[in-house]
Design a protein around this ligand. Sequence first.
Ligand SMILES: [Zn+2]
Length: 342
Amino acid sequence: MARIHSLITAHGDFETPLFFPVNDFGDHGHGSGPKYITEIPDLRSMLVNVHLLRQSGMVDQLSLRGLHDFFGVNGVFMVDSGGFQAHTDLPRLKHNEILHFQEAIGADIAIPLDTPVFPVDSIAGQQHMVSMQVTIRNALWALENREREEMLVYAPLHGNSSQVMVNMLDYLQRKGDFDGFAIGGLVPKRSDLFAMVDLIVAVRRRLKEKPLHVLGIGGPALIPLLVYLGVDTFDSSSYIRAGANRVYFLPDHGSVSLLDLDLADRLPCVCPVCSVYAAETIRAERRLIGLHNLWMIAYELRKLKLHIRQHDLETYLDHRFARNPVMQDVFRYAKSKMRGLV
Ligand SMILES: [Zn+2]
């Protein structure tokens, strides 16, 4: 199911699989991570969260200038409602106010306001059902009421079982012609990667050609698995946390802590960061580590696309996960799932 696809937006076409770094809107709106979007040609993409944006106090400026002008790039901006993080002192926005805001700041892809279900919510429980009904209602409302036709609307999918999520997807597909779908609520389920594989495979099969995004999951070990499962786009803020914790993604070999590493003059990488700066300089500057880490994600995506085109993705991933017993098990399960064996 892994595929190379074209994401057609108001600001150009973007080749998928594509990673969306999350902007946390620290440092006057530019985020506490590096300013990658004008540096890395493969990552002219950003996920913006309405909730984080409002907390940053950048609302007026962003509404006035729009995301593309503010960041100075003709990239693709996905704007999530931030339903998952809506515990805040700010007054809650209603679903119509969120849509209006997404349009005002020039979102290329909007995810309507969702009410997540949590792993503790039983699928037979009242809370689970109400959350899903509200999410469905908001998604259909956004699709019918967007004023900018060129803004893509991705319906959020939730549910604590594959069957529930597929039922939600079937209903949404019957009622509206969505531009894509976004699986939410997986962050708390990350500890059960087998269940995550089940959910994604069930949804991908049902979607046929429509774009599929997975919200909040996109570390270096999981990106190859998501791509294998046919996910087109994904987002994560892990590159910021990794930079702050001095975690350095090694080319082809997982990650290491720069605090523990006995440093030579240069780090073992030829990205534009590591080619120019000495190892000690990089270790001291979290933004440089973050920028290098994003270059490594871009590098991984290029390799994945090469192997999709060469039709030898499974062989590549067998090798890629060989040193990681957890991922090796999950990948074995994913392969069986693809072949209909489990
Ligand atoms: Zn590097």
